[in-house]
Design a protein around this ligand. Structure first.
Ligand code: SAM
Length: 196
């Protein structure tokens, strides 16, 4: 199972799919295994490969994904079926910017990996959806080194960089949250909600 998933990830990477990088993927799986969330949300599903790994790492979990690209949704659903996790996974085809504000209920684990320019806006909707002791796992928060200043931000990415800074300020300054930022690959922030 895992061998087949690694193979699919390698193929996807080779064909230029924007899948989660290796160390960030390992951190995602380790975090899911530690927390064993019941309900999970993934924003930006792509081929469903991280979702499969999350579901295989926590056998009583269910996953809701949001993905804007219809073709990707089709492929992700096929992949879920191939790995036998399709009964525990559903994908909402749509724009996360429209879908997230109308979501209800609570999620024990949220994996934010959608459009990078919107994290600053999404965070205010995602925090109320997160259960107490739940985890918000966000990829790309250091965005190409622009956020730390290691790399000079080109003008066209200034808005995305500001959105990421807003996201990080929110999750780092809220006393009801505890956030660890990992300076690996494109940067990962892991936030735990301590109370409502
Ligand atoms: C980095 S990829 C997700 C990778 C996936 N989470 C994984 O680890 O395998 C980002 C995905 O977000 C999708 N996406 C981009 N903008 C979106 C939007 N506004 N709403 C929903 N999905 C979006 C893209 O089509 C793409 O498949």
């Amino acid at each position: 199972m895992i061998g087949e998933l690694i193979k699919l990830r390698a193929e996807a990477k080779k064909s230029g799919e924007p899948i989660l990088r290796d160390a960030s993927f390992e951190l995602l799986i380790k975090t899911v295994k530690e927390h064993k969330p019941k309900s999970m949300l993934e924003i930006g599903v792509n081929l469903g490969l991280s979702g499969i790994a999350m579901l295989l790492s926590s056998e009583n979990s269910r996953l809701t994904g949001i993905e804007i690209d219809e073709e990707k949704v089709k492929l992700a659903r096929q992949n879920y079926a191939k790995f036998g996790v399709d009964k525990r996974a559903r994908i909402i085809l749509g724009d996360a910017t429209e879908v997230i504000p109308v979501l209800t209920g609570k999620y024990d684990f949220i994996f934010l990996d959608g459009p990078k320019g919107h994290y600053g806006e999404y965070v205010s909707y995602l925090l109320p959806l997160l259960s107490v002791n739940g985890i918000l796992f966000a990829d790309n928060v250091l965005f190409r080194g622009y956020v730390t200043g290691k790399v000079k931000t080109p003008h066209r990415f200034a808005t995305t960089k500001h959105g990421m800074e807003k996201y990080l300020k929110t999750v780092c300054e809220d006393k009801k949250l505890i956030t660890e930022i990992y300076d690996i690959e494109d940067g990962v922030a892991v936030t735990e909600k301590l109370s409502d």
